[in-house]
Design a protein around this ligand. Structure first.
Ligand code: PRP
Ligand code: URA
Length: 209
């Protein structure tokens, strides 16, 4: 059974089209990545547990739903996943934020880990792992492997654009995680870039082109 949700939402599609445009500059690109993450968060957090508490409105007493249990952790894949963090924090401001630094080798396309810093007790929490791009799937698979080794059993991977190749690889490697995709693109090119894609997400977010 696939645990993948392709959002395919008009607002998200519109904003992804702006990201794709090579004329979109760093400032707008960064802002739009954050906006997309906020919009995607409504789906990502859809199944958070709630409990009923008693309150008094100006009109009547009522039992109303509030979030229950521990708040999710957010662990972006550095660098590019950082661009999505504030978008998620907009709706989950008390989330703790860890980091996993991975860089894809330009020739082999294999991910190299260069930094990790995890919040405490991630084994007891839902972990949201944002990374704008899912290309071969190597980076996402490595990041999920690491988070699972830290004891976490409840992981949601959130990307803005996925290639079919990477999505399949991640689903096969980690069939138990939930995957959220803004847009599913056509394919990878010979440099393992997503086509049509948006280029190098990290470089476009941080202006290091
Ligand atoms: C990009 C992107 C993904 C990865 C996707 O990161 O943010 O993590 O490539 O490719 P894959 O699915 O083939 O592994 P990159 O290595 O360019 O690092 P950056 O975030 O520092 O830009
Ligand atoms: N990483 C990116 O940032 N873009 C791609 O198209 C593939 C990997």
């Amino acid at each position: 059974m696939s645990n993948t949700i392709i959002l395919d939402h008009p607002l998200i599609n519109h904003k992804i089209s702006l990201l794709r445009d090579e004329n979109t500059g760093t400032r707008d690109f960064r802002h739009i990545v954050e906006e997309i993450a906020t919009i995607m968060s409504y789906e990502v957090f859809r199944d958070l547990p709630t409990e009923l508490v008693g309150i008094k409105t100006p009109v009547a007493e009522a039992k109303v739903p509030v979030l229950s249990g521990r708040k999710p952790d957010i662990i972006p894949k550095l660098r590019a996943g950082l661009g999505m963090v504030n978008g998620l924090l907009n709706v989950m401001p008390s989330a703790k934020v860890g980091h996993i630094g991975l860089s894809r080798d330009e020739v082999t396309h294999e991910p190299h880990e260069y930094y990790v810093n995890m919040p405490k007790h991630i084994d007891e929490r839902l972990v949201i792992l944002p990374d704008p791009m899912l290309a071969t799937g190597g980076s996402a698979i490595h990041a999920v492997d690491f988070i699972k080794k830290s004891g976490c059993k409840n992981i949601k991977f959130v990307c803005i654009i996925a290639a079919p190749e990477g999505l399949k690889a991640l689903e096969n490697a980690h069939p138990d995680i939930q995957i959220y995709v803004g847009a599913l693109d056509k394919e990878l090119n010979s440099n393992a870039y997503i086509v049509p894609g948006l280029g190098d997400a990290g470089d476009r977010i941080f202006g290091t082109l």
